[in-house]
Design a binder for this molecule. Structure first.
Ligand SMILES: Cc1cc2nc3c(=O)[nH]c(=O)nc-3n(C[C@H](O)[C@H](O)[C@H](O)COP(=O)(O)O)c2cc1C
Length: 136
């Protein structure tokens, strides 16, 4: 049987902001990341409660590689753990150039995340990790 490994790279990680990030500064940063992702053709989501971060990014391999290496070296967060680095045949969140959510609303985003049309290894792991990452 021929198994198509796919051409969409998908990266899921968790990390923690180094200093508790004020909602306003997160929103400003995330708006910049989102605009950058749109230009690059990356999609995904970022959830944070001000400390814990879970981000899923998906797109062409070389582009995601380059952004990944910037995020890995970004001093604004620590304890970064890659939870998935997979090739997929299609995107789970084609319409989100990076959907971001504030602390109070992340439960609502989670139900939208659960409604992802396509279940990938990364979306499955995101579901499993959600409570561990964001429960007080
Ligand atoms: C938690 C977190 C998430 C980030 N997510 C993105 C992202 O989705 N896209 C992006 O371009 N940069 C993101 N960045 C910022 C990158 O680390 C980097 O600062 C940005 O790509 C600009 O790099 P440059 O100025 O060297 O081009 C994120 C940073 C942090 C701390």
């Amino acid at each position: 049987m021929f198994i198509n490994p796919g051409t969409i790279r998908s990266w899921l990680y968790t990390s923690e902001f180094k200093n508790f990030a004020s909602q306003q500064s997160i929103v400003a940063d995330i708006e910049r990341f989102k605009a950058h992702n749109k230009i690059l053709g990356l999609s995904g989501f970022l959830i944070t409660n001000g400390t814990a971060v879970m981000q899923l990014l998906e797109g062409p391999e070389e582009i995601l590689e380059a952004v990944k290496s910037k995020i890995l070296h970004d001093k604004r967060h620590i304890n970064l753990k890659t939870e998935a680095w997979e090739l997929e045949t299609s995107r789970a969140y084609p319409d989100w150039s990076m959907r971001a959510i504030d602390a109070a609303d992340y439960e609502a985003l989670f139900s939208e995340i659960q409604s992802a049309k396509i279940a990938t290894i990364a979306t499955d792991i995101a579901r499993l990790l959600f409570d561990v990452t964001f429960d007080p």
